[in-house]
Structures are given as C-alpha cells and as structure tokens.
Design a protein around this ligand. Structure first.
Ligand SMILES: [Zn+2]
Length: 288
C-alpha cells in the first residue's frame, strides 16, 4: 500500500508507524467535517490494526485482503441509528457494549467504527464512556464526528483526537511561539527553563490546552519522521530537534504525557499542580 494516495499524508503515516510498533490508542476520535473522509481514515486505521504484514497496511496479507475486499468480521461499522430518529441511540451503544466482550472471530483485535458520533446524546456518550474506561484488551473504538465540541470532556479525556479539519484554525502567533519555546525548554531538561516557559499557563487553561495540543502534534510528527517519512511539518525545526535529541520511546512517552495533561486541564485540575507535574513528567518521559 506504499504507493497509494495515503503516502504523504502525515496523519496516515503516523497511524501506520504506531501500528507497526503495536501502540495504536484503544480510543480514537476522528474530527472531520466531511463524513466520507473521516470514514476513509477510520478504515485505514482498522486496516493498520488488522494487518499482519510488516509495512501496515500491506494490502497483501490475508487480513488485509479480506478487509479491503469484502469487509472483515472483526470490524463493526455502525451509525447507531435505530428506528426513525437520526441520533446515535443509547440502545445501540448498549448492544456495542455487550458485543465488545465477545472475543474476536479471526483477528486478535476487534474494531468498532462509530459513524454519526456528532449525533450522540449525553446518555449515549456516558454509556460509551463506561467501556472506554475499561475496554477489553482486544477492543478498539474509532468515533467519527464533525467537531470534537460535540463530545463530552469525560469522553475526550479517554480518546486520542485526530483532526482532519484545517489544522491551523484558531492558532495564534503567540501560541505558536509558546510551543516552540516549550519544546526547547523540554529538550534542555532544565527545570527552571520549563517553569519559566509554563508560568504563563497558570492563569490561562485555554492557552495551556492549545499549546499542549500543538506540542502533541510536534511529538506525533516526530514519531512519523522517525519512521522514515520526510514531508512538510508545520513545526519543521522543532520536529527535527525532537528527533535528534530523543529516542522513539522517549517521544512516545512525551506524547502520552501531553495527552494526560490535556485531559487533566479539561477536568479543571489545579494549574499550579499541573505545571509541577508537567515538569516532572517530561523529565521522566525523556528518561533523565
Ligand atoms: Zn496486511
């Protein structure tokens, strides 16, 4: 599958790199205004998860062939619509929950693609949350929504968000400069520098959240670059700096820390504690 239209798209390359390392997150939220594009990306992720070849998805192993030809019994696609309503019903979520505990048929993974995630009411989302909190080892959820603003914060804290909507929307120069400085502070492993850089975040959670989202984009791109992809990245210099300073394992740890921090901001945790924790976690993540 190397020479198809996917090559060159860093979100696609990123998932493929994660799949090759066996570290695709169990909960993924695809934010995409165009439902078909979102679904195509979801299918690509499912293909990466099922593929038993080395360059995922290889398109040639039995799992790939089956999936791309007729669909695969361990990939369940649903829009959750029951009866006349257009919403993703709580009954549909309950069915998903009970079927999730039945082991996969052929693969060692079971993948649920939930379309229509933008039409999931609070009750349905809370039902999904229960299984996102403790999914069976083999289960993966990919939820597609036009905007992550439709999703409860508790659910957001359990998923990794991939946005196919225009990436630069809403990012100011100030935020861009802040993330660049933050990367340098992290790489310098100076606690003082980190504290200096993060002082501005203490009173402004929204600012901290945007900067951390940009930071996690940089780590994600750095992993993609480590896997051999040489494309254009929004923060080219920072991606290069991260790649030359850190191992893939450290980068993965840092990306994880970012996700945890974003989730704790969304849970409205104390920002002072958050900054201290950020300094500590990053130092630990890069193994020093
Ligand atoms: Zn394959």
């Amino acid at each position: 599958m190397k020479n198809n239209s996917y090559a060159g798209n860093k979100l696609y390359s990123g998932i493929s790199a994660l799949a090759c390392r066996g570290s695709v997150p169990h909960g993924i939220l695809i934010e995409c205004e165009n439902e078909d594009e979102g679904y195509e990306f979801a299918r690509f992720i499912a293909g990466c998860l099922l593929c038993t070849g080395s360059d995922k998805p290889c398109g040639e192993c039995p799992a790939c062939r089956k999936f791309y030809k007729n669909g695969h019994p361990d990939v369940i696609v649903t829009d959750g619509i029951r009866g006349k309503s257009s919403s993703f019903t709580v009954d549909a979520v309950r069915e998903i929950r009970s079927s999730a505990f039945v082991v996969p048929n052929e693969s060692d993974k079971k993948i649920y693609i939930l379309k229509n995630g933008g039409n999931m009411n609070e009750q349905a989302q809370n039902a999904i949350l229960k299984i996102l909190e403790e999914p069976p080892e083999y289960v993966y959820f990919i939820i597609i929504t036009p905007s992550k603003s439709t999703v409860l914060e508790t659910v957001l804290s359990r998923v990794c968000v991939y946005s196919l909507n225009t990436e630069s929307a809403g990012v100011s120069e100030k935020e861009k400069e802040a993330v660049k400085a933050l990367v340098m502070a992290i790489l310098s492993v100076s606690e003082l520098k980190l504290l200096e850089e993060t002082a501005a975040y203490q009173k402004n959670s929204q600012f901290a959240e945007t900067v951390l989202e940009l930071l996690s984009e940089i780590f994600r791109d750095a992993l993609v670059k480590k896997s051999g992809y040489n494309g254009n990245f929004r923060f080219e210099d920072e991606v290069n700096a991260v790649c030359s300073a850190l191992t893939s394992k450290s980068i993965m740890n840092c990306a994880e820390v970012c996700g945890e921090l974003i989730a704790s901001i969304q849970r409205k945790c104390n920002n002072n504690l958050l900054i201290t924790r950020m300094c500590y976690e990053f130092k630990r993540a890069i193994g020093r």
